[in-house]
Structure formats: structure tokens, C-alpha cells
Design a protein around this ligand. Structure first.
Ligand code: IMP
Length: 175
């Protein structure tokens, strides 16, 4: 399949994804059976994963969608990161961050420090995809759908230059 200037081939089928998402949801529901969980889903990439995962969650839960944003401050040089969209008070809550992919871990480390600053009771990371060979972060994901090699992937929420998010399978770049 062609997306813009690059060629991609199927890497994980839609059926394989759905099976894994269901299994992740069952595990989380068991682990948090007697607790209330606040899911914090990171836009844009995690929108599809979050929607499917939430349908499999049976424990008491709420969800908030957030986005990392960087802006150029007026006082200092360089950009400042902020987490926008959080509309639930996380104090003393059990939080699970939902990500589409953890690659170098830089993004998730930033998100974790924002979340932790809210005084949460506990915090875990759930990611559909994890690239262990490129990971250099401090915060390992506890719930991982698929560990994959370090190659660019697209589909099921993940984009190549904003294209391909709608695909129901995950495609890997063809070299
Ligand atoms: P990080 O390297 O873990 O900070 O990942 C940063 C962001 O890059 C992720 O949240 C994704 O949005 C994006 N990303 C990393 N790897 C891929 C990929 O293979 N395909 C599409 N987006 C990716």
C-alpha cells in the first residue's frame, strides 16, 4: 500500500489487534477489579486504541483525552511543553495512561511527570506498541500489546504525515 511517497505492507492484522486489545482489557479489568481507574488517553495517535480498549473494560472507570503541546514562551528561549485537555481531577486516583506507541520514551517520560505532579495514588502505562530497541526512557510500560522492531509503522491511529490513521491494521514501512 502506498501512503504519500512511501510503500507499506501489513504487519499486524486488524483481527490480531482486536484479539490483543481484548486481552489487555481483560487483564486491566482483573488488576483493577476493586478500584476506580482514570484512563488518560494521549491524542492523536491513541484515539482508536483507546476507543476499542474502553469497550473491554469492566471495572469502575473514567477517561480523559489529553494532548502534548509545546509553545514558545515569551520570557525564555526554546519551547515549553504542556499537557492540555485534562478535565478530571487526578488527585489520589489510580491512573492508566493509554498510548499508541512508545518509541524512544521521551514523550511518555514527559507525560508521566505531568501526571505525577497531580498527586496520583498510582500510575501505569498501557501502550499498544513498544519498540524496546529504541527505548531510552525512565518509565517502562506495564501493559504492552505488541513489542515490535525499530521500523516505522502506520495505521490504527498512527500516522505518516497525518495519513493512515483510519486503517484497521498496522502497516510497516517497506524498505
Ligand atoms: P517517543 O520516541 O517514544 O517519544 O515517541 C514519540 C511519538 O512519535 C509517538 O507518540 C508517536 O506519535 C510517534 N511515533 C514513534 N514511532 C512511530 C511510528 O513508527 N509510526 C508513527 N508514529 C510514531
Amino acid at each position: 500500500m502506498q501512503i504519500l511517497d512511501k510503500s507499506f505492507e501489513v504487519f499486524i492484522t486488524g483481527d490480531e489487534i482486536q484479539k490483543e486489545v481484548k486481552s489487555l482489557g481483560e487483564t486491566i479489568s482483573e488488576d483493577y477489579a476493586d478500584k476506580e481507574v482514570v484512563f488518560v488517553a494521549v491524542l492523536n495517535g491513541a484515539f482508536m486504541f483507546a476507543a476499542d480498549l474502553m469497550k473491554t473494560i469492566t471495572c469502575d472507570s473514567a477517561i480523559s483525552f489529553v494532548k502534548m503541546s509545546s509553545y514558545h514562551g515569551t520570557q525564555s528561549k526554546g519551547s515549553v511543553d504542556e499537557l492540555i485537555g485534562l478535565n478530571i481531577d487526578l488527585k489520589d486516583k489510580h491512573v492508566i495512561i493509554i498510548e499508541d506507541i512508545v518509541d524512544t520514551g521521551i514523550t511518555i517520560d514527559k507525560i508521566v511527570s505531568f501526571i505525577e505532579s497531580h498527586g496520583v495514588a498510582s500510575m501505569r502505562i498501557c501502550t499498544l506498541l513498544f519498540k524496546p530497541s529504541s527505548f531510552q526512557g525512565k518509565n517502562y510500560p506495564e501493559y504492552v500489546g505488541f513489542s515490535i522492531p525499530d521500523a516505522f509503522v502506520v495505521g490504527y491511529g498512527l500516522d505518516y504525515d497525518e495519513k493512515g490513521r483510519n486503517l484497521d491494521a498496522i502497516y510497516q514501512i517497506r524498505n
